[in-house]
Design a protein around this ligand. Structure first.
Ligand SMILES: Nc1ncnc2c1ncn2[C@@H]1O[C@H](COP(=O)(O)OP(=O)(O)OP(=O)(O)O)[C@@H](O)[C@H]1O
Ligand SMILES: [Mg+2]
Length: 521
C-alpha cells in the first residue's frame, strides 16, 4: 500500500523540543517531508520513498536523538486513514456527492457522480467545476451562501445528457466565511422510481409488522426507501424488536424478491461450521468432507443473504466476510478458485458494535462496509401506543396455535401492559400474551392472567433456604441458569460465555433454550 512513499512512526519520550530536533535531522539529510503528524510521545512522518540503505541511515540518525524510543514503518498516517474511510463512505452512498473549494476546484466527486455526469474522478478532480458541469448552481451558492433544495437540472454536454435533482449547502469556516460548497445529486429517473415506490402499495411486505405509531411508520418509510437499492442494510435494535421481520420486509420490497432470501444466524453455529456454511467446501478439504458442498453465499447468488446476529461473528470470519464484500468473490474451503457472487447483504445485531470495535472484538473496516444504511428499530417502550393492536394481533395468531377462542383483552389488562418498560420488547409481549391465554378460560384476557417475568436470575441461595421445598435437580438447574446468566452478562457473546464456562457452544445454546433465557445481555 502507498507505493512511492515511505511512512514511519517515531515513539519518543516526553521532552520539549524533540519534534524540532527530529525535523532538523530529516532536513539535514536533504529529505523533504510530505506530511507530519505530531501526537504526545509520537511523531508520524511521510516522505518520498528512499532506498533501503538511506532508510537505515535515516533511522540511525534519528535514534541518535536523546528521547527517541522506537521507529517503526507504518502503512498510513492517521489523517490518511481517516480520509480513506470518509471517501469509502461517500462512495458507497446511492446519491451523487460533489465538493468544491472556494476556488471552484472539485475536491470530491463520488462514484455515483461518475455515472450521472459521464466523467471519471481522474477527469475532474482538481478541475474547475464550470468546465465540467455547465451552470452548476453550486457556483452561485458559493458567492451568495444561499442553500438550494431539490433543484431540477437538465444539462447536455459533449459527454451526454444528465437530468437530476440537486441540493446544495455552503461549507463555512469559524468566521462564517464560505470556504467551499457541497452538493448532493439524485438522478431524476431514480427520484421518480423512489416516489413511485413510496406511493404504491407494499404488496403485503409489512403484513406481519404490526404497529402504526410514528416510530414504526418512520422505520417502514426507511425500509421502503432503501429496499430497491442493492446497498447493504444493517438493522440495529434491542433483542425482540422485530429486526428479522424488517429484514424480510426489505427483501419482499426489493427487486430481488423473485430470488432467494437466505438467512444465517451467526450466533447459533460454532465457528468452523459458519465458515463452511457460508463459503462451502471442496471434497476432501477436511475429514468428513466426503463431497463438495456449495455455501450459502452461492445459494444466495442474485438474491439476498441475511446475516443475523452479525456481532457474534468471530474475528477470523469477519476478515473473510470483509474480503467477500470487497472483492465480490468467494472461495470454498480447500479450493483456490475464486467464484463471483452477486449478493445483497442485510444484517442485524443487537450488539453495540462501536463498543466492540473499541474492545477489538469487531473489525472497524468491516463495520464501515456493513454500516452503509443503518436502520434502527425502536424498543417497544418507545412506541407503547402500538400495544393494543399488537395484543389483538397476537391473540388472533395464538388462538389458532393454542386452539382457543379468546376475543380480546380487558382495558385493565392493557393498562397494566402500558405501565411496564418491556426489556424483551415485542417478543416478551408475545410471550406474556401466550402465558395469559393459557391461563384464561373466559372470553377476554384480564389482569388476573397477567404474569410479567423479567427474566431476572433466580436467587438460588434464598430459594434453598425455603427448607427443602426444591428437589436437588431443581436446585442444580437454578444454579446452572444463574451461572449462565451471570457469565453472559459479563462475557456478552455466547461464544465467550461457552469458553468461560468450559463447555461447547452447542451446549450453551441448548441450555439457553432449556431455561428460556432471552438475549437481554
Ligand atoms: N412489529 C411487530 N409486529 C408483530 N410481531 C412482531 C413485531 N416485532 C416483533 N415481532 C415478533 O416478536 C418476535 C421477535 O422478533 P424478531 O425475531 O424479529 O426480533 P429480533 O429483533 O430479531 O430479536 P433478536 O435480536 O433477539 O434476534 C417474533 O416472533 C416477531 O414475529
Ligand atoms: Mg433476530
Amino acid at each position: 500500500m502507498g507505493k512511492g512513499y515511505f511512512r514511519f512512526e517515531i515513539i519518543t519520550k516526553d521532552r520539549i523540543g524533540i519534534t524540532s530536533e527530529i525535523l532538523d535531522k530529516i532536513y539535514r539529510l536533504n529529505i523533504n517531508i510530505i506530511s507530519l503528524e505530531v501526537f504526545p510521545k509520537k511523531v508520524c512522518v511521510k516522505i518520498q520513498d528512499i532506498g533501503e540503505k538511506e532508510k537505515i541511515s535515516l533511522k540511525n540518525s534519528l535514534y541518535s536523538i536523546g528521547g527517541v524510543v522506537t521507529i517503526k514503518d507504518i502503512e498510513l498516517l492517521e489523517y490518511e486513514k481517516y480520509e480513506r474511510k470518509l471517501l469509502a463512505i461517500i462512495d458507497s452512498v446511492d446519491d451523487g456527492i460533489i465538493y468544491i473549494n472556494k476556488n471552484l476546484k472539485i475536491e470530491i466527486f463520488n462514484s455515483y457522480c461518475e455515472e450521472i455526469f459521464h466523467y471519471t474522478k481522474e477527469d475532474v478532480l482538481g478541475k474547475d467545476v464550470r468546465n465540467i458541469i455547465k451552470d452548476a448552481p453550486m457556483v452561485k451558492l458559493l458567492k451568495s451562501g444561499d442553500n438550494y433544495d431539490n433543484m431540477e437540472v437538465n444539462i447536455e454536454s459533449n459527454r451526454g445528457k444528465s437530468h437530476y435533482l440537486t441540493t446544495g449547502r455552503p461549507v463555512k469556516d469559524d468566521n462564517n466565511n464560505n470556504i467551499g460548497a457541497v452538493a448532493s445529486i439524485r438522478d431524476m429517473k431514480k427520484a421518480i422510481e423512489i416516489a413511485n415506490v413510496v406511493s404504491t402499495t407494499d404488496n403485503g411486505a409489512f403484513k406481519e409488522i404490526i404497529g402504526n405509531s410514528a416510530a414504526i411508520e418512520k422505520v417502514k418509510g426507511m425500509v421502503r426507501a432503501v429496499a430497491k437499492s442493492n446497498s447493504t442494510v444493517i438493522l440495529r435494535g434491542e433483542s425482540g424488536t422485530g429486526k428479522e421481520l424488517f429484514a424480510k420486509a426489505i427483501y419482499n420490497l426489493s427487486g430481488r424478491r423473485d430470488k432467494k432470501f437466505v438467512p444465517i444466524n451467526c450466533a447459533a453455529l460454532p465457528e468452523n461450521l459458519i465458515e463452511s456454511e457460508l463459503f462451502g467446501y471442496e471434497k476432501g478439504s477436511f475429514t468428513g468432507a466426503v463431497s463438495t458442498k456449495e455455501g450459502l453465499f452461492k445459494e444466495a447468488h442474485e438474491g439476498t443473504l441475511f446475516l443475523d446476529e452479525v456481532g457474534e461473528l468471530p474475528l477470523l470470519l469477519q476478515a473473510k466476510l470483509l474480503r467477500v464484500l470487497q472483492e465480490g468473490t468467494i472461495r470454498k474451503i480447500g479450493s483456490n478458485k475464486e467464484e463471483k457472487v452477486d449478493v445483497r447483504i442485510i444484517c442485524a445485531t443487537n450488539k453495540n458494535l462501536e463498543d466492540m470495535i473499541q474492545k477489538g472484538e469487531f473489525r472497524e473496516d468491516l463495520y464501515y462496509r456493513l454500516n452503509v444504511i443503518p436502520i434502527c428499530i425502536p424498543p417497544l417502550r418507545d412506541h407503547l401506543e402500538d400495544i393494543p393492536i399488537l395484543v389483538t394481533h397476537f391473540i388472533g395468531k395464538l388462538n389458532k396455535k393454542l386452539n382457543k377462542n379468546i376475543l380480546g383483552a380487558e382495558l385493565e389488562f392493557i393498562n397494566e401492559l402500558l405501565k411496564y418498560n418491556w426489556p424483551g420488547n415485542v417478543r416478551e409481549l408475545q410471550n406474556v400474551i401466550e402465558r395469559a391465554m393459557n391461563l384464561c378460560t373466559r372470553d377476554l384476557l384480564g389482569k388476573d392472567h397477567l404474569m410479567i417475568d423479567i427474566y431476572e436470575p433466580p436467587k438460588v441461595i434464598n430459594d434453598i433456604d425455603k427448607e427443602g421445598e426444591l428437589t436437588l435437580k431443581e436446585v442444580v438447574d437454578m444454579a446452572e441458569k444463574e451461572a449462565i446468566i451471570k457469565s453472559l452478562k459479563k462475557n456478552k457473546t455466547f461464544r465467550k460465555t461457552a469458553k468461560a464456562l468450559g463447555v461447547s457452544h452447542t451446549t450453551i445454546m441448548n441450555k439457553l433454550n432449556k431455561y428460556g433465557i432471552k438475549r437481554k445481555v
